[in-house]
Design a protein around this ligand. Structure first.
Ligand SMILES: [Zn+2]
Length: 355
């Protein structure tokens, strides 16, 4: 395309350009703020870090300090030896700056003793320092039993694990399904057409995957079956585009909390309704980000804290719209940034946070 541009006039190149290349630059001039640091110290409850090179953790802490991130919850703790190592690497040098969540051991999950074994492993992991359990998205979608059958999100063989979480007082952060549009036909009406075009493997066609509504129903049945277990429904439970429905779920199930990672552009496209919703559900939502790219936190802060209008978010392929600031009240921000997480996650150091 670039080579051709020398030979044919720009106007003609523009005529053949695909939508993937279209990046209109806004001519709108309105007040714009730069928010590089959160207004209050905050807890990121949805992050993934692998224990790597020496000095890595000190570097991460430096970047956290610049953002005003006081605690990072690393959801990729694993189990057994890996969990122990992750706790040691992250909490060894900075005991109050990290929390590590364990993951479930799925080995040999058809064996009759599996439920008891998985629960016992989790209990050991909590003794070794895990402060919660993270369930990854393969649970319900790609995880299969020995006969190759999909394991539903509410499969009873995991009941013992969830009951153990209730008994030990640790939360379960669970990611189920994907945005609904990735399950829908990739046609000209699909809101995530660009994402499906750029990342075809993200599609969830009916030949291979259960339907979105089926996964939601399984997940909500799981929540209802373990009323003493605290669940943190990741990514606004994929109802960021239907906050009313998410509110109904929270109303019905007091053991369910949620978090905003990877769906900030859903909030930014409905600033007035989202603001009302945050005020109503201020005790139920926590801050999370997911992908560790420190500069992208600035967009989160700007959407949550400012009243800026019509600006870009960081994931054009999640949605080709612009976003707006929610201008959340300070008390709502405090709950979102740290108060709710301090209540839900055991063992965090409260002393670094204002009242
Ligand atoms: Zn994640």
């Amino acid at each position: 395309m670039r080579f051709l541009a020398f030979l044919i006039p720009c106007a003609m190149v523009a005529q053949t350009m695909g939508i993937e290349e279209y990046e209109p630059r806004s001519t709108l001039v309105v007040p714009a703020s730069k928010v590089e640091r959160a207004r209050f110290p905050f807890i990121d409850i949805h992050n993934h870090q692998r224990a790597g090179a020496p000095g890595q953790v000190d570097g991460v802490v430096k970047e956290m300090d610049a953002l005003n991130m006081r605690v990072m919850v690393n959801l990729s703790g694993g189990y057994g030896d890996r969990l122990r190592k992750t706790v040691e690497v992250f909490k060894g040098r900075h005991p109050t700056r990290f929390a590590v969540f364990a993951n479930i051991d799925f080995t040999d999950l058809d064996a009759p003793d599996y439920p008891r074994r998985a629960a016992a492993q989790l209990e050991k992991d909590v003794q070794a320092g895990a402060q919660g359990l993270k369930i990854f998205k393969q649970f319900g979608m790609d995880l299969k039993d020995g006969a190759g059958r999909r394991i539903p999100v509410d499969d009873p063989r995991f009941d013992a694990v969830f009951e153990t979480c209730a008994r030990l007082g640790i939360p379960v952060l669970i990611h189920t399904a994907e945005p609904k549009a990735l399950f829908d036909p990739m046609d000209r009406f699909n809101e995530r057409w660009l994402e499906l075009k750029l990342y075809p493997r993200r599609g969830r066609p009916p030949e291979t995957y259960p339907r979105f509504e089926e996964l939601m129903a399984e997940q909500h049945r799981l929540f209802a079956r373990h009323p003493k277990t605290t669940f943190i429904n990741a990514h606004l439970g994929w109802y960021g585009n239907d906050l009313g429905r998410l509110g109904e779920l929270l109303d019905r199930l007091p053991n369910v909390q949620t978090e905003i990672s990877a769906v900030i552009e859903e909030l930014g496209r409905q600033p007035r309704f989202a603001r009302q919703w945050f005020v109503k559900y201020q005790d139920r939502v926590m801050f999370g980000k997911d992908t560790w790219r420190p500069v992208e936190y600035h967009t989160y802060f700007r959407i949550l804290e400012s009243a800026d209008e019509y600006f870009d978010h960081d994931r054009k392929y999640h949605g080709i719209w612009k976003v707006y600031g929610l201008d959340l009240p300070d008390e709502v921000l405090r709950k979102l940034y740290y108060k709710n997480a301090l209540r839900v996650i055991p063992g965090l150091d409260r002393s670094a946070f204002p009242d």
